[in-house]
Write a protein that binds this ligand. Sequence first.
Ligand SMILES: NC(=O)c1ccc[n+]([C@@H]2O[C@H](COP(=O)([O-])OP(=O)(O)OC[C@H]3O[C@@H](n4cnc5c(N)ncnc54)[C@H](O)[C@@H]3O)[C@@H](O)[C@H]2O)c1
Length: 381
Amino acid sequence: MKTYRFGIIGCGLMGREFGSAVARWCHLTDLDFRPEIVSVCDVNDEMLGWFSSNFPSITQVTGDYHEMLANPEVDCVYCAVPHNLHEQFYCDIIRAGKHLLGEKPFGIDKPANDAINACIARHPDVFVRCSSEFPFFPPMQRLGRMIEEQAFGTIIEVNSGFLHSSDLNPNKVINWKRMIDVNGEYGCLGDLGLHPCHMPFKAGWYPKNVRAILSNIMTQRPDKSGNLVPCETWDNGTLLCEAVDPSGGNVFPLTIKTQRIAPGETDTWYFEVRGTRACGRWSSTNPRRIELMFYEPGTDQGWQQIDMGWEPAFKGITGGIFEFGFTDCIQQMWAAFLYELHVGSSLSRFASCVTPDEVAYTHRLFTAALKSQADGTTENV
Ligand SMILES: NC(=O)c1ccc[n+]([C@@H]2O[C@H](COP(=O)([O-])OP(=O)(O)OC[C@H]3O[C@@H](n4cnc5c(N)ncnc54)[C@H](O)[C@@H]3O)[C@@H](O)[C@H]2O)c1
């Protein structure tokens, strides 16, 4: 059993999710590697307390990530900090020779992402991937296998999105994700947009062009003292793209939707493929259900609804009839990261983390989307 020793920089919402996935690593079977958290870094002491009291393996607790990077006991780093810190932190981590799983958007904007990619190119021995857990739900894995088998026929249309309603309440206190200088000009695209790009990009369905409609619905929010302050980030974004299917060369509409103000949606990821031979769709609203339609000329067009059980890419102890959830999804993503680092290749195309090249394409797309919104034009990506 090979142990990969981790440091976590940014012990907030996502840092803790990783901690929990590590704490129950024995859930996964058939793996000859495991992560161990040895070092944690956050500028907020409250965040560090949860780690120190739950992980006896931790030998370093610091508010200065440079101390972690100087620690020879740390092999890999998970970095989950606000977007304005990505470029500096990721480049320092890579230069220190630590393998990195970094959070999206992997740079606050395209110049920051370009700088990170230049740093990756100078350090080919460092393994770098970007976090996105969306495709690890079993129905998404199944749709991925169908894409690989070209079961959909000619692609007619693909719709992929991430909608939630956490900003619907106008009284919600502003936080860094609603501030341009910390979250970035992309707004909801930078915050949510990588997730709905993950499956289409793994499929090879890259947008050629984009017409973006972005909205800033709540233009003010209260700060911690209750004073109304400007809230300038884009809340919702719809990207209508033309994408190309590399298998047949045909061009089809690809819609990518990201909304932080989507009434009725708690945290909904969805993905839909419509093809001439088959259609498939999944939404996290009903996470175990996949809907499929297989079409033969002259036959009825009936949707099948299949409730999938615990059928993930990386096997584990849970019975096959039980439900799969968000925390499973996070752990599967971590298994995919470590599998690729350990083995040298991914388990499968859709059981793999987002690569730096795929992230770079999201920055091209989101940068073109900002121009499309500003000028009311369709922009090449
Ligand atoms: N993959 C996902 O599903 C998902 C979900 C939410 C957020 N994210 C991404 O994760 C990253 C962090 O988001 P979050 O929701 O966890 O935010 P968060 O605010 O909950 O956590 C960020 C943490 O970084 C810490 N931090 C800030 N400055 C620091 C510094 N100089 N040194 C060390 N620590 C510092 C903060 O104290 C905080 O604890 C972002 O890039 C975000 O886009 C990903």
